[in-house]
Design a protein around this ligand. Structure first.
Ligand code: PAF
Length: 281
């Protein structure tokens, strides 16, 4: 696996990869776990060459302490990527991406206003700006993102279409720990007690899905899920919502296709998760 730091040499390396056929990009912020490696394997299955990027993007952290705390382990990450079949690892620096005088933001309306957008001001502008830069620098045929960040995936699909970036966006099912907790780089920051409790987020959403499918009133189901989280020790709860999977607008009544989404703190760690809620055809 080739490793490139910064921008120098990236253009040439990308042209060389493109001469072998299609190229898939797996953008990450490092601290890689099985969930990321599943994205790399999916990329391998779908394209001739695979590029992964690691960049802890300061623009998408609305909380400086969260950025400082974000786990980093580049050597272990490189080994894992190589093992999963990645051809090129690209690690730009903040100085490469945001040099003195950088003044451009990619902002997406609508889809970004609620949920993560409301609770993490500026977060989605940071994501949209960095992913646009990752795409324009590598010009991949396709890019793979986890469904765990469900609103992020919807946002990336939106601006990729709106800006005609010509990249196929592929969503990959959330990879979970054995007990059902969604894999996340942030899980490493949980204490062992918190780690035991964390699975309640998964349980609360699964129960909510079962109840919505059974026809229970949506409002009652969502408040039940919030109560379950509070009782287990989560708080504050940023949101537990049932939404349209494309627009992320809240749904008051059971729909053919919906998504349950949630974000809540457990101690200092903010966890998110989501589940598809689809009526049988
Ligand atoms: O999901 C992530 O890890 C990040 O938000 C992404 C897409 C790599 C952009 O920094």
């Amino acid at each position: 696996m080739q490793i490139i730091h910064g921008l120098k040499g990236l253009g040439l390396a990308m042209s060389a990869l493109r001469s072998h056929g299609t190229v898939a990009l797996v953008p990450t912020m490092g601290a890689l776990h099985e969930g990321h490696l599943a994205l790399v394997r999916e990329a391998r299955a779908r394209a001739d060459k695979v590029v992964a990027s690691i960049f802890v993007n300061p623009l998408q952290f609305n909380d400086k302490a969260d950025l400082d705390r974000y786990p980093r382990d580049e050597d272990a990450d490189a080994r894992k990527l190589e093992g999963a079949g990645c051809d090129l690892l690209w690690m730009p620096s903040a100085a490469d991406f945001y040099p003195e005088g950088f003044a451009t933001t990619v902002h997406v309306d609508g889809i970004t206003e609620r949920w993560e957008g409301e609770h993490r001001p500026g977060h989605f502008d940071g994501v949209a700006t960095v992913v646009t830069k990752l795409f324009t620098n590598t010009r991949p045929d396709l890019a793979i993102f986890g469904e765990k960040d469900f609103q992020q995936l919807a946002l990336i699909r939106r601006f990729t279409r709106d800006l005609n970036l010509g990249v196929d966006i592929v969503g990959h099912m959330t990879v979970r720990e054995e007990d059902g907790l969604a894999m996340s780089s942030r899980n490493a920051l949980l204490s062992s007690d918190e780690r035991t409790t964390a699975v309640v987020l998964n349980h609360a959403l699964k129960e909510a899905r079962r109840d919505i499918l059974a026809g229970k009133e949506v409002k009652t189901v969502l408040s039940g899920a919030r109560a379950k989280l509070t009782k287990a020790g989560f708080g504050p709860i940023d949101y537990v919502a049932y939404v349209d999977p494309d627009t992320l607008e809240p749904l008051d009544e059971r729909a053919n296709e919906g998504r349950l989404i949630a974000a809540a703190f457990l101690g200092k760690v903010r966890l998110i998760d989501n589940f598809e809620v689809k009526l049988a055809a």
